[in-house]
Design a protein around this ligand. Structure first.
Ligand code: NDP
Ligand code: RET
Length: 288
């Protein structure tokens, strides 16, 4: 309650070295712009070279310092190589935003094995590899910030995307474990923020959304990124967007699953994912 009454005190990120994965599109691009406006040095990674160059251009146009490198975070060797080049550009990373994510939006038996593996490689395993690469220098200096783009479906599952939901649950589990490890080690200078948005209208979930806005509505990328920046700059450990998702999360922890299934049926959440339109290269063809 005090947090809502008192004016928010924002920290400065000027001069911090901020690495954002999946920065070539969607929220990654907008996050890059927000950190650049606040004078952080940007390291941007993505496997979409054209999108990445566009983000770097936009950052430079507002006077930001940026190094952009193509990196497929599903491959640990790529992460290691890109990490060397990134350190050469600006030195140690002090803000890590694990943002890259993939979804195929298919039922369990329709997914290919490659799709299931790719979802886990990008949405979870990459977070492990990124943390193992960049956490040591943060620990040495007891300074840094780790931001995890998880999802509300990492807190409670919804139908139509079993691989995605379970990968986001794993990302939530990893992030929470990291938080408690840092507390245990008394590393009070390393902050963490876990972000759990509902559906955001980027290209990732094209076509998806509840038919009615009675319970909640899809977010614009801008409003979600505003909520993320607010949480990061005020060192909040957890943010669910929109706020009504805190209530949904709370209900889902004690509500019988049968009741939640009825809510999904009633609100049209059961059909929401079936309206999905593949809109990313990895969603339509294998990209190795
Ligand atoms: N949109 C939503 O409704 C929600 C999104 N989220 C999460 O937020 C994060 C950002 O999502 P959003 O901005 O919507 O997604 P976008 O699809 O708009 O952006 C994701 C970016 O990640 C890139 N990417 C995918 N795979 C890799 C890879 N292996 N290596 C490097 N980059 C990769 C994509 O590149 P390319 O286009 O070339 O594939 C794309 O540029 C994701 O983790 C997502 O799960 C959470 C809740 C809701
Ligand atoms: C769980 C839940 C709902 C639906 C959730 C859905 C459909 C979430 C989709 C999220 C996406 C696309 C996340 C991407 O990362 C309602 C009906 C709003 C309210 C009750 C609880």
């Amino acid at each position: 309650i005090l947090r809502w009454i008192l004016p928010a005190k924002y920290k400065s990120v000027e001069g911090e070295v901020c690495l954002i994965t999946g920065a070539g599109n969607g929220m990654g691009r907008l996050l890059a712009m927000e950190f650049a406006k606040r004078k952080a040095k940007l390291i941007l990674w993505d496997m979409d070279q054209a999108g990445l160059e566009q983000t770097a251009k936009l950052v430079r146009e507002i006077g930001g310092e940026v190094y952009a490198g193509v990196c497929d975070v599903s491959k640990i060797e790529n992460i290691r190589e890109a990490a060397v080049k990134s350190r050469e550009a600006f030195g140690d990373i002090t803000i890590l935003v694990n943002n890259a994510g993939v979804v195929f939006a298919k039922d369990l038996l329709e997914l290919t094995e490659w799709q299931i593996e790719q979802t886990f490689k990008v949405n979870v395993l990459a977070h492990f590899w990124m943390l193992r690469e960049f956490l040591p220098s943060m620990l040495e200096r007891n300074h840094g910030h780790v931001v995890t783009l998880a999802s509300v479906v990492g807190l409670f599952s919804s139908p139509g995307m079993p691989d995605y939901c379970s990968s986001k649950h794993a990302a939530v589990g990893l992030h929470q474990a990291l938080y408690y490890d840092l507390q245990k080690k008394k590393c009070d200078g390393i902050k963490t923020t876990m972000v759990c948005p509902y559906h955001v209208k980027t290209g990732m979930f094209k076509g998806v959304g509840l038919k009615s806005d009675v319970l909640t509505r899809s977010l614009s990328p801008g409003e979600c990124v505003d909520a993320i920046m607010h949480a990061v700059l005020t060192n909040r450990p957890f943010v669910a967007v929109p706020r009504v998702m805190y209530i949904s999360y709370n209900l889902s922890t004690w509500m019988p699953m049968k009741v939640l299934a009825a809510v999904y049926e009633y609100t049209g959440a059961n059909d929401a994912i079936s309206r999905f339109i593949p809109n990313r290269p990895y969603q339509t063809k294998l990209r190795e």
